[in-house]
Design a protein around this ligand. Structure first.
Ligand SMILES: Nc1ncnc2c1ncn2[C@@H]1O[C@H](COP(=O)(O)OP(=O)(O)OP(=O)(O)O)[C@@H](O)[C@H]1O
Length: 331
């Protein structure tokens, strides 16, 4: 039986009750209910091989959480086929429960008034983990996440970062092969984000776990995911290597200049598309294939005191992908 994730033409629609405006409308809708279909996920297909870490990206409301909920059996698909670790998620087979975990950065499963250790013990019972295995896994998680100092403090006294680490430990105590991480670093400071990222990497390497990760922090995606799936308005916009995304959507580099004296926009625009101009700083977009000739032109023709070239940020690349999608489709 395979440990991968297979999604074939998945759609998930929600039927939403449409309320009429005003008192008359409210009265009418009591007798004649009107519904509207919200297409949360539409005709989505992808496969994720065992051991892969894939970033699942998209703006708010794109359909990421809905997809994850279908993949974990919390929602029934409207149509399409889904298989996770050899199981059909919505059948809720007991063996399936032990193979995955869904961690949502904004939801907690920890028991608020008790130390995290109590939640770990509850999960030992829920997942029927033998004592020896429980102790071994817990020791590994305590070491990787440096949990020793917080194990016996009530959860309500923990910092957000400490709580997130305990959340991960509670979700991984049954050593799931498949991890769905929905915004695991949300709200954490930069150091804590980094240590959670490192942990996800270690867990993946240690157990060859398959991981689907959503995050609005591009640093998470760049550090963890070679491959990304981008979803917009319920449909897949891109599925492939993160690096190739840059070439497809952002075939340019960014030149940052510091001017020695003011230069009018029309003169700057001869060298590249102006992204920002706030004297003395200017950012220009240069076509990737012409970077060296354009740079030579900038250096010889413009009065500059500093000049650097960099790749566009991942946020910008993804923003361009959404822009192109919005222009390409008639709503
Ligand atoms: N239970 C529900 N009933 C009706 N509509 C829903 C329901 N759950 C989600 N939706 C709608 O489906 C769409 C996709 O939502 P989803 O939560 O999957 O997006 P998301 O990509 O996870 O966004 P975010 O980044 O904000 O979490 C949205 O338009 C949302 O309003």
């Amino acid at each position: 039986m395979t440990q991968g994730i297979y999604v074939e033409r998945l759609s998930k629609f929600f039927k939403v009750h449409e309320r009429q405006a005003g008192f008359r409308g409210a009265l009418q809708s009591l007798f004649r209910r009107q519904y509207r279909l919200v297409k949360a996920v539409e005709d989505v297909s992808f496969r994720i091989e065992p051991g892969e870490i894939v970033g699942f990206l998209g703006p708010n409301g794109a359909g990421k959480t809905t997809t994850m909920k279908v993949l974990t059996g919390l929602l029934h698909p409207s149509s399409g086929t889904v298989e996770v670790a050899g199981h059909v998620p919505f059948r809720h087979e007991p063996a399936f429960k032990r193979k995955f975990s869904l961690v949502m950065g904004q939801r907690s499963q920890l028991i608020w008034d008790l130390p995290p250790m109590e939640t770990f013990l509850v999960n030992q019972v829920v997942y029927e983990i033998p004592d020896a295995e429980f102790k071994e896994t817990l020791a590994g998680l305590v070491e990787l996440l440096q949990l020793e100092p917080v194990l016996r403090k009530p959860v309500r006294q923990l910092s957000l970062g400490e709580r997130m680490k305990c959340e991960l430990a509670a979700s991984l105590i049954h050593r799931p092969q498949i991890l769905f991480l929905d915004e695991p670093t949300i709200g954490l400071d930069v150091n804590m984000q980094e240590s959670i990222r490192q942990f996800i990497k270690d867990y993946n390497a240690r157990y060859n776990a398959t991981i689907l990760l959503t995050s609005h922090y591009m640093a998470d995606v760049v550090a963890l995911c070679k491959r990304v799936i981008i979803i917009n308005r319920g449909r897949i916009l891109y599925d492939g290597e993160l690096e190739a995304l840059v070439n497809q959507y952002a075939p340019y580099k960014v030149a940052n200049l510091i001017l020695k004296q003011p230069v009018p926009d029309h003169e700057l625009a001869m060298h590249g598309e102006i992204i920002a101009h706030e004297y003395p700083r200017v950012s220009l977009r240069l076509p990737r294939v012409e970077v060296s000739s354009r740079s030579a032109g900038i250096l010889s023709m413009l009065p500059i005191s500093d000049f650097t070239i960099e790749d566009p940020s991942m946020e910008d690349v993804i923003g361009l992908a959404f822009e192109r999608d919005a222009n390409a489709t008639v709503p």
